[in-house]
Design a protein around this ligand. Sequence first.
Ligand code: NAD
Length: 477
Amino acid sequence: MKKIDHLINGKQVAGRDYFETVNPATQEVLAEVASGGEAEVNAAVAAAKEAFPKWAGLPATERAKLIRKLGDLIAKNVPEIAQTETNDCGQVIAQTGKQLVPRAADNFYYFAEMCTRVDGHTYPTPTHLNYTLFHPVGVCALISPWNVPFMTATWKVAPCLAFGNTAVLKMSELSPMTAARLGELALEAGIPAGVLNLVHGYGKEAGEPLVAHPDVRAISFTGSTATGNRIVKSAGLKKFSMELGGKSPFVIFDDADLDRALDAAVFMIFSNNGERCTAGSRILVQQSIYADFAAKFAERAKRITVGDPLDEKTIVGPMISQAHLAKVRSYIELGPKEGATILCGGLDAPANLPDRVKKGNYVMPTVFADVDNRMKIAQDEIFGPVACLIPFKDEAHAIELANDIAYGLSSYVWTENIGKAHRVAAAVEAGMCFVNSQNVRDLRQPFGGTKASGTGREGGTWSYEVFCEPKNVAVSM
Ligand code: NAD
């Protein structure tokens, strides 16, 4: 059986204990993974602390060379990493192979370039010259969830290392495999021992001591709102970036380009198995086009291929775990009890699954109509392929419903009226708003959310917020 160990100070460190990581499509055990605790966290933080001064002291151009090399190694190994990722977390190969793993290489290319361009500001006065320096912060704790794990890990590791910090990365216990590969590739790229450390394990045993460690200066966390809240309470004074859950509104006005809006709406709730933080899971549709939209949307949802995630044609693969499958199914059961109508999907297992994946954690893409925004299915993050269609009367009503939610991660507005598009984009309570578009990322954008979706932004110079410490120097003239 394959074993995955911790990576501490450039060396594979065996676990005192191991847990299994399972393929959610087949239930096959893929590897035994070292289960870390306080001792491993302490060793990893100590290694990162020791490596920090030398790494931070390198010219940015030298760090950039090594980071770019890591991007090259990822780019060279896309098929292998994508297959491992698909097997470990069930994200379909069309996504991991063509988008998510190539994007991980881009994360390294982007921040390699960017770290050579960190500059400062000057604020001259008649008596003083003020200028800013951006220092690295020190040891950073990087904590990742199980959905799109490789891309998320690299989105943290790349800026963290590029700006001169060192890291202890903890992946979700449900999808640790590709990050283990990232650790190997970082060493192969020549990134010195101790700069990137990996401790595997559960949130309570490995995550908690990591975020509470006094030598950890910054935490970049992506995961659920509940865990984010727990970390903020227990970690003490540190820099934070909290990328948390969402239940994003996808608002379609009656003057929208309906075919494009339909394509984007289908993509934003059913791609990545619906296990996507920025999913457009509350689809708000203007009353005058609601019936037509609902029929067409359900028609498209019925045609979605559910199947083997290693098959290029599959759109929806298995849910990450049996526990998560049970959670998603519990909402599908709840919907009709709350008064919603199932237009397609439901609790029946998908028909015609290939033999290889018959035991997988599958759920049918499900569409609920007649949803009231106050229902639990509309308020809770289901994190699966379940869409809620909610009617609205006019612009004011759309904004009211869009904002009537604890979360504030992403939002989507569809209208051909440019004034309305800008008004709604400004009024919606979310960290991001896409107008007449699905979620399209530019690495310079500030990524992150408001309200229960988190604090802090990452991407481009916004990543300074967590990974750099600005200092003002005031020189008397
Ligand atoms: P989770 O909160 O259960 O776990 C996330 C990570 O935190 C895991 O590595 C876990 O082991 C660790 N953890 C758990 N308890 C901890 C503790 N007390 N201290 C430190 N670490 C701890 O989330 P999940 O189920 O893995 O991921 C799904 C969630 O992530 C969804 O809510 C989704 O919206 C969110 N997410 C957000 C974004 C974003 O950018 N905003 C992106 C992807 C996923």
